[in-house]
Design a protein around this ligand. Structure first.
Ligand SMILES: NC(=O)C1=CN([C@@H]2O[C@H](COP(=O)(O)OP(=O)(O)OC[C@H]3O[C@@H](n4cnc5c(N)ncnc54)[C@H](O)[C@@H]3O)[C@@H](O)[C@H]2O)C=CC1
Ligand SMILES: CC(=O)C(=O)O
Ligand SMILES: [Mg+2]
Length: 595
């Protein structure tokens, strides 16, 4: 290899994020970057780096300190962060996502140390397009929140920024969307949280929430600005208290979706299809009680209606399989309050004037096979409720889906104990496996993280002009088929999270095929590919931190690739060629003379 020469002057500032100071950088790179001597002499392998990271992580006594450590690692060595995450996805996801991200958002004002993501305030209206120019990267996907309903923790204003950051880290780890192509975006439209407004450390504007009309005008400008700046951008709305107006307004005109309504609906249908099979009860004989009739609850039920219709029920029969219970009791048409529009579809009209204020009594009345929790009320599925479900069913379907863990309607252990291990269980946040009667039982995690990465990647790769309902439903069906033989034999409802990248390929393929069926795909050359070819194409376009340029920036990578005579595979977003070329080059090149 022709040795890499010291450059007279770098055209960019040295960056910790891209790994300019990475201890994996060999001498040539260090000389080139003029970081030679600025890091300890050893050239480390990933294994050694990972060992140190995991030791440091273990030394942090609390989840929030582990969260802070990982945040710092992402900011200082992004590829190392994603290598560590992809190798330890099961162990690290709870630290960067639910439940820990919930605590991080609650304490955001207190723990903030460095900028991440983009904040746009209501007073920036009129200048949004211009501000987007401050973002230094080309963006393929954004997660957009107003912080008004962060997990089940309520209105956290701009402190909700932890959610877009966490979700996008999973887009990268699970579906291989390049980290620098993701934009965490929080809009500061005021907050109704008095404690935040009075907190001297709060970093948002201290104004009440804008009106729905003001929000609409702001979002109209923002959606237009985002697509003007990045024409193929996919926009995921996340954790809005009232997500329905924007979903209705934009879903046919932008490549957007709402994860809490649509992603959650899809992920639950994915696991639910497997639960129905395992329950031995045909779809037509199921009855579902839902605790919580918000965006997630209604989103889930609507998608299950679609599944029931595919199973041969009429829409009317499918709709009538649901009884919603919210903070005012059973949702009925005649209960005397003005129902929010999204609740009307499932409101009961066959209650003969009877209103139910107790979940326990409602269960006696309905005799459900399915109990779902999307209520934000931790512990709401108490022993009495769970025992009733156990007495009514051989295999009760019990899904306490509220996040974070403190808001889960019950724990896995409680469900197992009350049903003697018979519950078909999935929760929104993770619970540990446990031994029951000599058998290891593993809970499902019914969390939209199984589908949103594939929905996003499918929309990006197909360059879909919108995200259609068929694309969302395809993600659910694909997920339900993604379990391997062992997982099926063990009675799991969801695949092992450690296989999430494989699962995301299957989900992405389903989403792309649905986009093609609906004719919303702009990348039409994918239409002629077989499924096998499409899978190869998807994998080739997934960022793989292990195939990155040994933690050096583009400029150095380019130079090294040229120096080693390798063709850089960067055109398709991959750098295998470079990595190999680089390693060989390094081994053959030996030490260069200029320091
Ligand atoms: N597992 C997953 O992937 C997902 C889980 N979620 C979780 O679902 C929960 C709900 O989210 P959204 O529907 O968006 O919130 P939301 O605020 O729109 O709805 C909450 C619902 O719970 C009801 N509720 C509140 N207190 C109640 C009580 N004491 N008794 C009965 N009902 C009560 C409310 O009336 C409302 O219908 C959150 O904890 C969120 O983290 C949301 C999206 C995805
Ligand atoms: C998982 C998720 O999106 C939520 O709890 O809001
Ligand atoms: Mg959410």
């Amino acid at each position: 290899m022709s040795s890499v020469q010291e450059r007279p002057g770098l055209t960019r500032q040295l960056s910790t994020t891209s790994g300019d100071y990475c201890t994996a950088n060999p001498p040539e790179i260090r000389r080139y970057l003029k970081t030679y001597g600025l890091t300890p002499p050893a050239v480390e392998s990933f294994e050694v780096q990972a060992q140190r990271c995991l030791k440091l992580l273990a030394m942090k006594p609390t989840p929030i300190e582990k969260f802070q450590y990982l945040t710092n690692l992402r900011a200082t060595n992004v590829h190392l962060f994603y290598r560590l995450l992809s190798e330890n996805i099961k162990e690290l996801t709870p630290l960067i996502y639910t439940p820990t991200v919930g605590e991080a958002c609650v304490r955001w004002s207190e723990i903030y140390t460095q900028p991440e993501g983009l904040y746009l305030s209501h007073h920036d209206k009129g200048n949004l397009r211009q501000i987007l120019d401050n973002w230094p990267h080309n963006v393929e996907i954004t997660v957009l929140t107003d912080g008004s309903r962060i997990l089940g923790l309520g209105d956290l204003g701009v402190n909700g920024m932890g959610i877009p950051i966490g979700k996008l880290a999973l887009y990268t780890a699970c579906a291989g969307i390049r980290p620098d192509a993701t934009l965490p975006l929080t809009v500061d439209l005021g907050t109704g949280n008095k404690a935040l407004i009075e907190d001297p450390l709060y970093m948002g504007s201290r104004r009440p929430k804008v009106t729905p009309e003001e929000e609409r005008e702001f979002l109209d400008e923002l959606m237009a600005a985002l697509t003007d700046k990045w024409p193929s951008i996919v926009i995921q709305f996340e954790d809005w208290k009232n997500p329905f107006p924007s979903l209705e307004r934009y879903q046919n005109t932008y490549s957007m979706f709402n994860d809490d309504v649509q992603g959650t609906g899809a992920v639950i249908v994915g696991g639910f299809i497997n639960a129905v099979k395992a329950s031995g009860v045909p779809a037509k004989d199921h009855r579902a009680v839902f605790l919580g009739a918000g965006s997630a609850g209604v989103g889930v039920a609507k998608q299950i209606v679609e599944y029931f219709i595919k199973e041969g029920l009429t829409e009317e029969e499918a709709r009538r399989k649901f009884w919603f219970f919210d903070s005012n009791g059973l949702v009925t048409l005649d209960r005397g309050d003005k129902l929010a529009e999204h609740k009307v579809y499932f409101a009961r009209d066959d209650n003969n004037g009877r209103q139910y204020q107790s979940l326990s009594r409602l269960i006696d009345f309905v005799r459900p096979t399915i109990l779902m929790g999307l209520s934000t009320i931790g512990g709401a599925f108490n022993k009495d409720i769970l025992t009733k479900m156990a007495n009514l069913n051989d295999r009760p379907v019990i899904f306490p889906l509220s996040n974070p863990s403190s808001k889960s309607e019950c724990t896995f252990e409680e469900a197992v104990q009350a049903t003697n291990g018979r519950a078909l269980f999935a929760s929104g946040s993770p619970f540990p496996s446990l031994e029951w009667n000599g058998k290891m039982l593993t809970p499902g995690q019914g969390n939209n993280m199984y589908v949103f990465p594939g929905i996003g990647l499918g929309a990006i790769l197909s360059k879909s002009v919108s995200v259609t309902q068929d694309m969302i439903y395809a993600s659910a069906e694909s997920l339900s088929t993604s379990l391997n033989k062992q997982e099926v034999a063990d009675g799991w409802l969801y695949p092992d999270i450690r296989r999430i990248r494989e699962v995301s390929v299957i989900v992405t393929r389903g989403v792309i095929r649905a986009a093609q069926k609906n004719g919303v795909d702009r990348q039409q050359e994918l239409r002629t590919m077989s499924d096998e070819q499409l899978d190869v194409y998807i994998k080739e376009h997934m960022y793989d931190p292990f195939n990155e340029r040994e933690n050096v920036g583009d400029e150095v990578a380019q130079l090294l690739a040229t120096a080693s005579g390798m063709t850089n595979g960067h055109a398709n977003g991959h750098t295998n060629g470079y990595t190999n070329g680089y390693t060989n080059g390094y081994v053959n090149g030996g030490a260069a003379s200029n320091l």
